[in-house]
Design a protein around this ligand. Structure first.
Ligand code: DX5
Ligand code: ZN
Length: 214
């Protein structure tokens, strides 16, 4: 399975409708929305009104990546907005298991994300409770950063852990994904790649997405 989830953080906010239209016409299957609170990460992105607008702009999967402290506070709100995948950081919630259960009980797919320095052991006990594990391949907070190479062995190790646990979770990789490294990432065991600047910064975003999926 190969999925591309373009990160709207790199879209043109003055022409968001046009960029959504472009993604709708593209082969990208998901829309990746990055929510930052200025506490968990040193940046603030956008919030509920924009998610609502995105939901009305596409029938594709809305994939929300929460980079906020105590994400459990807003689970029902995201469900009401029509979010499909809700991913929380393992570092941002004390009761991760409870948070993941609550996301599923609300009727969404549950994802758990890890920063580059966070060991895979942080998710080992919840692998059968999640639909997706997001490995950050840059330090979260900003688009346009350079891919951290140690993510590659981490993907392979996680793939083995998921198999051994009998989990159905897919692996998403987020940060510094480009046309040059996407094949290697899919080959290593990633199923969903997030790409912001590589898509929106390219001359022909639709064809870049198509090439990433080849
Ligand atoms: C970073 C975000 C990413 C970001 C990716 O904190 O989680 O989704 O938008 O941007 P690129 O693809 O430019 O690294
Ligand atoms: Zn993201």
């Amino acid at each position: 399975m190969k999925i591309i989830s373009p990160s709207l953080l790199s879209a043109d906010f003055l022409n968001l409708g046009r960029d959504c239209q472009m993604l709708n016409e593209s082969e990208a299957q998901w829309f990746h929305l990055d929510i930052m609170d200025g506490v968990f990460v040193p940046n603030i992105s956008y919030g509920m009104p924009l998610i609502k607008a995105m939901r009305s702009a596409t029938e594709k999967v809305i994939d929300v990546h929460l980079m906020i402290e105590k994400p459990e506070r807003y689970i029902d709100d995201f469900k009401k907005l029509g979010v499909d995948f809700l991913t929380v950081h393992a570092e941002a919630t004390v009761h991760l298991h409870r948070t993941l259960q609550a996301i599923k009980a609300a009727g969404m797919k549950a994802g758990v994300a890890l920063c580059p320095a966070t060991p895979l052991a942080m998710v080992e006990e919840v692998l059968t409770d999640v639909d997706m594990v997001l490995l950050m391949s840059v330090n979260p907070g900003f688009g346009g950063q350079k891919f951290i190479e140690s993510t590659l062995p981490k993907i392979k190790k996680l793939r083995t852990m998921i198999l051994n646990a009998g989990s159905q979770a897919i692996i998403q990789v987020d940060g510094g994904v480009t046309l040059d490294n996407c094949k290697e990432l899919f080959d290593a065991g990633a199923e969903c790649l997030v790409a912001g600047s590589a898509v929106f910064g390219s001359d022909d975003p639709k064809s870049t997405i198509t090439k990433m999926l080849q």
